[in-house]
Ligand binder design. Structure first.
Ligand code: HEC
Length: 309
């Protein structure tokens, strides 16, 4: 069963597409979606089975050869066997470690010495340590899997694609962050918006919610006139925003806090701010005090929007 597990693992490693959510095209069946992957997967399975079979054959042949040699009384003397000599006394880990390097013990070095000699320094022909060798095999397998994944079936993202996705994600995060900043606006931090998009948005909010009581051109009706210089609750941005946010419920002006997010209240407040001094068809008589405006702090121009213009 273990082998099956490895094969499945290898498959998911080579074809991450198999384990990915398929919400993009729910209409397509699994077979249609992964035709190429399935064919390639089957090919890999067949190859693996062939490799396992060949390996089993090899082991069988070796065993048979060894038995034959033993029958003939020939002592098998390979370097490996020599290296493993004296294993009897070792525990599991000792044996494991011994095999892991497969180095010939110093006492037996003569058996692997080569004829290269320089100034008395001689070269040994030790086997490659298994840990190194398996690492090397792993890199080959990895290379094949990598090649298939990125260049043959293309399930993996190229560096450029990865970069683009990351940039897109970052963009979205920035947008979310900016939106959250917008919605942090309150009566203490609010500033006048001057961008035409914001004024247009403010007009839309005004026409839909406020014009019934304040008239389309701000001339006033149930509510006071916005086109004169007289204000009941103050005519600067902070005061206008605050009146919109908290309302004057006892006088018929509701609180808009629960219906308009801060950014929208800022937009409609900016729209109203600009009504002062505008002509009005049917201006209501002045209410409140004459309010002398000082210059408002203006929201910094949107650098992103301006970059292109
Ligand atoms: C149901 C009618 C009604 C609606 C709808 C209404 N208002 Fe008012 N509004 C009033 C009344 C009445 C007052 C005067 C309150 C007072 O006398 O203190 C007022 C006052 C105001 C003031 C203060 C004016 C001043 O002189 O200080 C602002 C600013 C204002 N409204 C903005 C808005 C905005 C923005 C909307 C829409 C989002 C809106 N109003 C919708 C009735 C309304």
């Amino acid at each position: 069963m273990n082998k099956l597990k490895y094969i499945l693992l290898t498959l998911t490693f080579v074809f991450p597409g198999l384990t990915m959510a398929q919400d993009e095209a729910p209409a397509k069946s699994f077979l249609e979606l992964y035709q190429v992957e399935i064919v390639l997967g089957l090919a890999v399975v067949v190859c693996l089975v062939a490799v396992i079979a060949m390996y089993t054959l090899l082991v069988a042949m070796k065993t048979m050869l060894r038995m034959k040699l033993a029958e003939d009384g020939v002592e098998e003397e390979t370097e490996l066997i020599k290296a493993r000599e004296g294993e009897e006394g070792l525990d599991f880990w000792g044996r494991f470690w011994n095999r892991f390097h497969e180095a010939v013990p110093v006492a037996k070095e003569e058996s692997v010495v080569t004829d290269h000699e320089y100034d008395g320094i001689r070269e040994l022909d030790n086997r490659l340590p298994s840990w190194w060798l398996y690492g090397f095999y792993f890199t080959i397998l990895f290379g094949v899997a990598y090649l298939i994944n990125y260049h043959v079936i293309g399930t993996g993202m190229s560096q450029e694609e990865e970069y683009l996705t990351e940039m897109q994600e970052a963009d979205e995060k920035v947008k979310l962050y900016l939106a959250s900043l917008d919605n942090l606006v309150d009566e203490n931090s609010v500033v006048l918006l001057t961008e035409s998009v914001d004024i247009a948005a403010g007009k839309a909010i005004y026409d839909a919610n406020c014009a019934v009581c304040h008239a389309n051109d701000g001339g006033g009706g149930v509510g006071p006139n916005f086109t004169d210089k007289y204000w009941i609750h103050g005519g600067d941005m902070k005061s206008i925003f605050s009146t919109i946010k908290y309302g004057v419920p006892e006088k018929g002006m509701i609180s808009w806090e629960s219906q308009l997010p801060p950014k929208k209240m800022q937009q409609v407040a900016s729209y109203i701010y600009n009504m002062e001094g505008q002509p009005s068809a049917n201006p209501k008589e002045a209410q409140g005090e004459l309010f002398e405006r000082v210059e408002e702090t203006v929201a910094p121009a949107d650098s992103v929007a301006n970059a292109g213009s």
